[in-house]
Design a protein around this ligand. Structure first.
Ligand code: ADP
Ligand code: MG
Length: 867
C-alpha cells in the first residue's frame, strides 16, 4: 500500500469498507472508479477504461463519469442488483492540506432507491429482512424507503411460509445476519433476483424508537431494528419520513402461495413476467401512482374479514351508482401527484421547487374531492371525505413562497415569489433598478454621441459594455470610455458609471440567488413538519382511488356484487374469466355456472384438450379473489364462501416455462396444497400427474383425489385427461363429474366451452391434432393405432373394486388402483413378483401417512411393479 500515492491510499481505505459496492470516488467534476471496480464498471456501463499513475509500478485501471450525469449510471448499476457507494469530497479542495478529505455519504442499493427509472411509479420498492429465532420462528419485515412504510410480522410455520411472504413482497433486497442458513439463502435467491445484504446489529436506536411505540413484542422489535439499522447505516441521514411500523398476521389475509399467484397470473403473466395480461392489469383503472401501488397490495392480499370486505363493497356500490360523481373524482384524482413518495423526498432533501408546486396543486384538489364525496350522501363516503386532510397551511405557505413556474435547479434563483421576503425584494429592486438604468443608458449614449448604432450589451466574461462600430469610433470623446474588447467590426467600452451599476446588479443578483436558496430550504424544512399528515392523506387518497377503480371496472365489465355465505357453498351464474373475457371480445366468451356445496365438494372436470378446462377452473379462483378484495365479480349472480387459502397447481406438461425437473416441482407444489389446505380452502388441480408415465400419474391423481376427499374436504376443482378417474364419482360421495362439451361436426371437433354435468365421453386427442393440421396420413394412422389400443385395452381391462365391478364394466373404463383387492382376473395377468408386491400393498395404510410419504410409497411400489 505504501507504494501508492496518498490519494490512492485514501481510496483503498474507503473501498475496504465497501467491498460489495462500486465506489464512486469524487475527483473534481467526476466520480472515478479504480482497479477492479473500474474494469467491471467499464463493461457494465460501456464507458472507456483508462488508467492513471498511482505510485506503484503498474498503472491503475480507471474509469469515470461526470458528476452531473452520475444518476443515470448509478441507476443502471443498481437496477442490475449492484450497490453504489457515493464518496464525496467533504472539505473545500482549496483549503485542504494534503489529500482532500473524502467520505461515503450514501450507499445506494436495489432496495433503497429513492428515484429514477428503476422505481416504477405504480409499484412499491421493498427491502425486506428476516430474523431467525431459536424457537423456529422467523421475524419478517419489509419497508419501502421511497414511501416510508414498514410492516412486520412473525412467521411460525416454517421456512416455506417465509419464502412465500418474501415472494409476495417482491422485495429487491434482503437483509439478514451473516450466519443465516446457507440453504435458505440459496432458495431465496432461486425464487427471485435478490441482492442479499448483511446487518448484524438488531438493537433498537433512539432515532427511530418512536416508530416502534405500538409494538410490544421483542422479536418484532429486533427484526425491525435490523432493517432500520441497515437503512440508517447506508443512507447516513435522518429519515424523517419513516412511518409508524405496522404489524400484520398472515391469517388476516387469504393465503395465496407463490406458485398459485404465478399460476393465476394475479400480478404478472407467466410468459412475459410483465403486468400486461394479469388480473392487476385488467383492474388497473387507478388515476394516481399511490392508488396503483395500493391496488397491487390489495390484489396480493385479499381479505378474509367479511366486514372489511363489505366496507369496500359498499363504497364500490355507491360509486358505481354515481356515474357523474365518479367521473368527477377520476378527473380530480388525475391531478394528484405522488404525495407519498414526495413526502419521502422532502425528508431526503431532494425535492425542487417544481415538486413543491406540484404538491400545492395536488393539495388544491382535496377540497374538491371532499365535496364530490359528500355529494354521494353515503356514510362510508362521508367518513372518507372526513379523513381527507387538505393541509391548508402547506397550501398557504407554498402559495406565498413559490412562483408558478420555477426552474428545475434550486441553485439559480427564480423560485421565490415577490413579497415573500423583504430582503429578497430589496435585492431584486436593486437588480431591477440597475437594469432599468442600463436600459436607459443606451438611449442617453446614443443622444450624447450621435451614434445611432451604439449598443449596450452583456456577456459573461466582460460584463456590461457599450459597443461602437469601427466606422463610428471617431465620434467617441477621448478619455471617457475605457476599451475592453476588440471585435472585427467593433470595439467594446466601459465607463466608471456603468462599472459601478454592474457591480451593484451582480452583487444583488448573487445575493438574491443565495438568499432564495436559503429561503427555499427553509420552506422545504417547514413542509417536512407536515410529512405525517401528507402520508395520512396519501393513504386515504390511494384508497379512494382503488375503490373508484373497482367501481369503474365493475361497471364497464358488467360485474355483479357477490354475497358471502358461511354455508361453504359456491353459486356462480354466468361466470366468466375476467382476463380472458377482456382479451377475447366479450361476445365470444361462453359464460359458465358453477355450483358446489357440502355434497358437491369436488368437481372432476374432463373434456378434450383446448376445450376450456383450465380457463373454467381459473375463473372460479379469480372470482373468489376479486370478491375478497372488495371488487364485484364477472358473473350475473354470485354467492361465495370466504376462502382462507387458494391453491393452484398445474400438471408439469402444461408448465412449459420453468423447464426444471418438472415432475418434482409438480409434486412439491401438490404437497404444499395438500399439507396446508383446510375445508375452507379452494384447490385447483389442473391435470396433476401429467408429468410422469400414464399409470404412475393416474395412480397419483387418484390418491390425491381420495386424500382430499377423505381428509381435507376443501372445495376442489380437479381437471384430468385420465378418463379412467371419472369412476371415482361412484366411490367418493362428494366427487361429481362435470365435463366441457364438444361436438363432432363432419369428423372434426367443435368446442362449445360449455360446462355440463357428467363425464366427457372420450378425449378427442386426435381431433385436436387434426385441428392443428397435422398431415392427413398421420391422423389416419393415429386413428388406426387408437382402435388397436382400445381393443387390447378391452381385453386386459380390470375393474378396480369388486364393489364397482359391474358399474365399471358397464362404463367401459379402465382403472388402476393400488388400494384395491387384487381380483382373480388381475392376478391372472400378473407375475409372481407383482403378486407379492400387491399383497404387500394391502398391508400398508396409506391414510396414516403424510401425503408425501404416501406419494413416495406409491411411487416406489410402482417402480418395483414395472421393473
Ligand atoms: P383446456 O384446459 O381444456 O385444454 P383451456 O382452458 O386452456 O383448455 O382453453 C383453451 C382455449 O379455449 C382458451 O385459450 C380460450 O381461448 C378458449 N376458451 C376457454 N374457455 C372459453 C370460454 N368459456 N369461452 C370462450 N372461449 C374459451
Ligand atoms: Mg388446460
Amino acid at each position: 500500500m505504501a507504494a501508492y500515492t496518498p490519494m490512492i491510499q485514501q481510496y483503498l481505505r474507503v473501498k475496504a469498507d465497501y467491498e460489495d459496492a462500486f465506489l464512486f470516488f469524487r475527483l473534481g467534476d467526476f466520480y472515478e472508479m479504480f482497479f477492479d471496480d473500474a474494469i467491471k464498471a467499464s463493461q457494465e456501463l460501456e464507458i472507456t477504461l483508462t488508467s492513471r499513475e498511482g505510485g506503484s509500478e503498474d498503472r491503475i485501471p480507471m474509469c469515470g463519469v461526470p458528476y452531473h450525469s452520475a444518476p443515470q449510471y448509478i441507476e443502471q448499476l443498481v437496477d442490475r442488483g449492484y450497490k453504489v457507494a457515493i464518496c464525496e469530497q467533504t472539505e473545500d479542495p482549496k483549503q485542504a492540506k494534503g489529500v482532500v478529505k473524502r467520505e461515503v455519504v450514501q450507499l445506494i442499493t436495489p432496495g433503497t432507491m429513492m428515484e429514477g427509472k428503476g422505481l416504477h411509479e405504480k409499484e412499491n420498492n421493498f427491502i425486506a429482512t428476516i430474523s431467525y429465532f431459536a424457537d423456529n420462528t422467523f421475524g419478517f419485515a419489509y419497508n419501502d424507503l421511497s414511501t416510508g412504510e414498514t410492516k412486520v410480522t412473525m412467521l411460525s410455520s416454517g421456512f416455506d411460509e417465509v419464502l412465500n411472504e418474501l415472494s409476495i413482497s417482491g422485495a429487491k433486497e434482503l437483509i439478514i445476519a451473516r450466519d443465516f442458513n446457507g440453504d435458505w439463502q440459496r432458495k431465496m435467491k432461486e425464487r427471485s433476483i435478490l441482492t442479499i445484504s448483511f446487518e448484524e446489529d438488531c438493537t433498537g436506536k433512539d432515532s427511530y424508537q418512536p416508530l416502534l411505540e405500538e409494538i410490544s413484542q421483542d422479536k418484532l422489535h429486533q427484526t425491525t431494528a435490523r432493517l432500520f439499522n441497515y437503512l440508517y447505516r447506508t443512507q447516513k441521514r435522518s429519515l424523517d419520513h419513516l412511518q409508524k411500523v405496522s404489524t400484520y398476521q398472515t391469517n388476516q389475509y387469504m393465503k395465496i402461495d407463490y406458485f398459485s399467484k404465478r399460476n393465476l397470473e394475479l400480478t404478472e403473466t407467466i410468459r412475459s413476467k410483465g403486468k400486461k395480461g394479469s388480473l392487476l392489469w385488467l383492474l388497473d383503472e387507478t388515476k394516481t401512482a399511490m392508488g396503483g401501488r395500493l391496488l397491487k397490495q390489495w390484489v396480493d392480499r385479499p381479505l378474509v374479514n367479511e366486514q372489511e370486505i363489505i366496507r369496500r363493497q359498499t363504497l364500490v356500490e355507491t360509486l358505481i351508482a354515481a356515474f357523474f360523481e365518479r367521473e368527477e373524482l377520476r378527473e380530480k384524482l388525475k391531478e394528484v401527484y405522488d404525495l407519498e413518495r414526495l413526502a419521502g423526498r422532502v425528508a431526503f432533501g431532494n425535492v425542487n421547487a417544481r415538486d413543491l408546486v406540484q404538491l400545492r396543486r395536488s393539495l388544491l384538489q382535496i377540497p374538491n374531492l371532499k365535496e364530490v364525496l359528500r355529494k354521494l350522501s353515503n356514510h362510508e363516503a362521508e367518513m372518507l371525505a372526513e379523513r381527507l386532510d387538505a393541509c391548508e397551511e402547506v397550501v398557504d405557505l407554498l402559495e406565498r413562497a413559490i412562483v408558478e413556474n420555477p426552474p428545475l435547479s434550486i441553485k439559480d434563483g427564480n423560485m421565490i415569489k415577490d413579497g415573500y421576503h423583504e430582503q429578497l425584494d430589496q435585492y431584486r429592486d436593486a437588480t431591477r433598478n440597475g437594469k432599468t438604468w442600463i436600459a436607459q443608458l443606451e438611449k442617453q449614449e446614443r443622444e450624447k454621441t450621435g451614434i445611432k448604432s451604439l449598443k449596450v450589451g452583456y456577456n459573461r466574461v466582460f460584463g456590461y459594455y457599450i459597443e461602437v462600430t469601427r466606422a463610428n469610433l471617431h465620434l467617441l470623446k477621448e478619455g471617457q470610455y475605457e476599451r475592453k474588447q476588440t471585435l472585427t467590426n467593433a470595439e467594446r467600452f466601459i465607463t466608471p458609471d456603468l462599472k459601478e451599476k454592474e457591480a451593484l446588479i451582480l452583487q444583488a443578483e448573487e445575493k438574491s440567488v443565495e438568499l432564495e436558496y436559503q429561503l427555499f430550504t427553509s420552506v422545504r424544512e417547514h413542509v417536512k413538519e407536515f410529512i405525517p399528515r401528507l402520508q395520512a392523506l396519501a393513504k386515504s387518497i390511494s384508497e379512494l382511488d382503488v375503490l373508484q377503480c373497482f367501481a369503474t371496472v365493475s361497471e364497464e365489465r358488467h360485474y355483479v356484487k357477490p354475497s358471502f355465505t358461511k354455508e361453504r357453498k359456491i353459486v356462480i351464474k354466468d361466470g366468466r374469466h375476467a382476463v380472458v373475457e377482456k382479451v377475447m371480445n366479450a361476445q365470444e366468451y361462453v359464460p359458465n355456472d358453477c355450483y358446489m356445496d357440502a355434497d358437491r365438494e369436488m368437481l372432476l372436470i374432463t373434456g378434450p384438450n383446448m376445450s376450456g378446462k383450465s380457463t373454467y377452473m381459473r375463473q372460479i379462483a379469480l372470482t373468489a379473489i376479486l370478491g375478497q378484495i372488495g371488487c364485484f365479480v364477472p358473473a350475473s349472480e354470485a354467492i361465495l364462501p370466504i376462502f382462507d387459502q387458494v391453491f393452484t397447481r398445474i400438471g408439469a406438461a402444461d408448465d412449459l416455462i420453468s423447464g426444471q425437473s418438472t415432475f418434482m416441482v409438480e409434486m412439491l407444489e401438490a404437497r404444499n396444497a395438500i399439507v396446508n389446505a383446510t375445508q375452507d380452502s379452494l384447490i385447483l388441480f389442473d391435470e396433476i400427474g401429467r408429468g410422469t408415465s400414464t399409470y404412475d400419474g393416474m395412480a397419483l391423481a387418484q390418491a390425491i383425489i381420495e386424500y382430499i376427499h377423505n381428509r381435507l374436504g376443501a372445495k376442489t376443482l380437479f381437471s384430468t385427461h385420465y378418463h379412467e378417474l371419472t369412476v371415482l364419482e361412484e366411490e367418493l360421495p362428494m366427487v361429481k363429474n362435470v365435463h366441457v362439451s364438444a361436438i363432432e361436426q363432419n369428423g372434426k371437433v367443435v368446442f362449445l366451452h360449455k360446462i355440463k354435468e357428467g363425464a366427457a365421453d372420450r378425449s378427442y386427442g386426435i381431433h385436436v391434432a387434426q385441428l392443428a393440421e397435422l398431415p392427413e396420413e398421420l391422423i389416419t394412422r393415429a386413428n388406426e393405432i387408437l382402435a388397436k389400443l382400445e381393443q387390447t385395452d378391452e381385453q386386459i381391462k380390470q375393474p378396480s373394486t369388486v364393489k364397482n365391478q359391474n358399474k365399471i364394466a358397464e362404463k367401459n373404463e379402465a382403472q388402476l388402483s393400488f388400494f384395491d383387492e387384487p381380483t382373480e382376473k388381475k392376478t391372472a395377468v400378473l407375475s409372481t413378483k407383482e403378486k407379492r408386491i400387491i399383497e404387500k400393498v394391502k398391508d400398508i395404510d396409506i391414510l396414516d401417512m403424510t401425503p408425501m410419504e404416501a406419494l413416495n410409497t406409491l411411487y416406489e411400489l410402482h417402480k418395483k411393479l414395472k421393473g
